[in-house]
Design a protein around this ligand. Structure first.
Ligand SMILES: Cc1cc2nc3c(=O)[nH]c(=O)nc-3n(C[C@H](O)[C@H](O)[C@H](O)COP(=O)(O)OP(=O)(O)OC[C@H]3O[C@@H](n4cnc5c(N)ncnc54)[C@H](O)[C@@H]3O)c2cc1C
Length: 407
């Protein structure tokens, strides 16, 4: 049995940034252990559907901390170690290998896994799901030998993968169940902008379609709900993620779309916290609970847990944020458009420089920005957090500085 002061279960993004923050706050050698099922040290996941997938980044360039940094800090990282049993009241976790660990303070950061298609053929060799570096490597290798691809799902991972594959001159079709891309978040005008952009870059869009079945491998044959058949060298499904909570089903933790934590990221079990994709956290800005599956949330919650572990106990208050890169476009989104009563566009929605502002009554609840001035990027999270009242007319007038829209 190894006894540890701080233990992080899961060696992903939360772990990488939590370790960095704890070290900056005076961690002593031997005080922190990271136990991870991964075979790589904590790495940035966003490049897996962008630059790493495109072959522009390597394992070394996407690591959050360099390999010798962990040993220099006296942090014990146990890779290829899957925890398969926990006894949280006894403050113990057990690995499939037989190793056991006793902790004073545990951070659960087990993330999420890619959701699989629910249809016959959902495990065929040339159908890929994307969560890990290894998944990305396999997609990259198959793409190098492919002339045609089908991307299933029109969320951010599907859109990013389709963008990378199209740019490799692979004939790429996207199959999406909705009548427009990312309808859950985007306004119709935003969806239209991206659909036109994708078409202009050669990607095809098959809307209001789901996959009924897959068969074969070379080629892979896909039958859609309409009966339409597609034949391709490879397919990638980006159909959502499931929080990794199975391990805690009988642990006494409260699980409801992730592990429920309070505003200090603490679970119902003393000494046990959760952060990142696996955690369902109260959002005091919007007055609701949410489980966020984005980079900034993993980074910020990892750092926040470390601050609390180092004695700086404050509630986690954070504006949800998300970024994505597709083709030569980079965009960002703050807040939560749900419940908005009005949307306003600054700039020209047909160009690649515009922003969209979602208002509920006269308060800003969400903002999208692509190639916009820093003042707009700064105003968005500040106004959402402060519940700033804004003038819709002044906000819509692109000739006025954004700051004049604050009432
Ligand atoms: C392909 C891809 C692209 C993305 N792109 C973007 C983007 O452009 N913008 C954005 O905002 N967000 C993006 N994200 C989301 C972002 O990467 C995640 O929100 C973030 O990785 C979550 O971090 P995490 O530490 O909670 O989980 P993860 O990074 O998934 O880490 C979980 C860790 O837990 C380990 N683990 C799980 N179970 C066990 C167990 N029983 N025992 C031991 N270890 C275990 C896993 O092996 C892994 O190391 C992307 C995600 C993916 C997959």
């Amino acid at each position: 049995m190894t006894a540890i002061k701080h233990m992080i279960l899961g060696g992903g993004m939360v772990a990488g940034y939590a370790a960095k923050e704890l070290a900056a706050r005076g961690l002593k050698p031997g005080e922190l252990a990271i136990v991870s099922a991964d075979d790589s040290l904590p790495y940035e996941r966003p490049p897996l559907s962008k630059s790493f997938l495109a072959g522009k980044d390597t394992e070394d360039t996407i690591l959050i901390n360099k390999p010798d940094w962990y040993s220099a800090q006296g942090i014990n990282v146990k890779l290829r170690t899957t925890i398969d049993r926990v006894d949280l009241p006894a403050k113990r976790v057990h690995a499939a290998s037989g190793d056991a660990f006793e902790f004073q303070n545990l951070l659960i950061a087990t993330g999420a896994r890619a959701r699989k298609l629910d249809c016959p053929g959902n495990d065929l060799p040339n159908l890929f799901y994307l969560r890990s570096m290894d998944d990305s490597r396999k997609i990259r290798a198959r793409a190098a030998a492919s002339k045609s691809a089908v991307v299933i799902g029109g969320g951010f991972i599907g859109m990013e993968v389709a963008s990378v594959l199209s740019q490799q001159n692979i004939d790429t079709s996207m199959v999406i169940p909705e009548d427009r891309v990312w309808s859950r978040i985007f306004t119709p005008a935003l969806s239209e902008f991206f659909e036109n952009y994708y078409r202009s870059r050669g990607a095809k869009l098959l809307k209001k379609e789901t996959v009924a079945s897959l068969k074969g491998s070379e080629p892979l044959e896909i039958t859609l709900s309409s009966g339409r058949k597609l034949s391709c060298d490879m397919a990638v499904a980006g159909v959502g993620a499931i929080p990794e909570t199975d391990l805690f089903a009988k642990s006494g933790l409260v699980i409801d779309n992730g592990i429920l934590v309070n505003e200090y990221l603490e679970t119902s079990q003393p000494g046990v916290s959760a952060a990142g994709d696996v955690a369902n956290c109260p959002d005091s800005i919007f007055g609701k609970r949410r489980r966020v599956e984005h980079w900034d949330n993993a980074v910020s919650q990892g750092q926040h847990w470390a601050a609390i572990a180092a004695g700086d106990r404050r509630p986690f208050v954070h504006v949800p944020y998300f970024f994505s890169d597709v083709f030569d476009l980079s965009y960002e989104l703050w807040g939560d458009p749900g419940g908005a009563t009005q949307t306003i566009t600054r700039g020209d929605a047909k160009s690649s420089s515009f922003s969209v502002w979602w208002l509920r009554q006269n308060r800003l609840v969400a903002a999208f920005a692509m190639n916009r001035p820093d003042e707009e990027r700064q105003a968005a999270p500040q106004w959402i957090e402060s519940k700033q009242s804004v003038s819709a007319d002044r906000l819509a007038d692109d000739k006025l500085p954004i700051t004049t829209a604050a009432n």
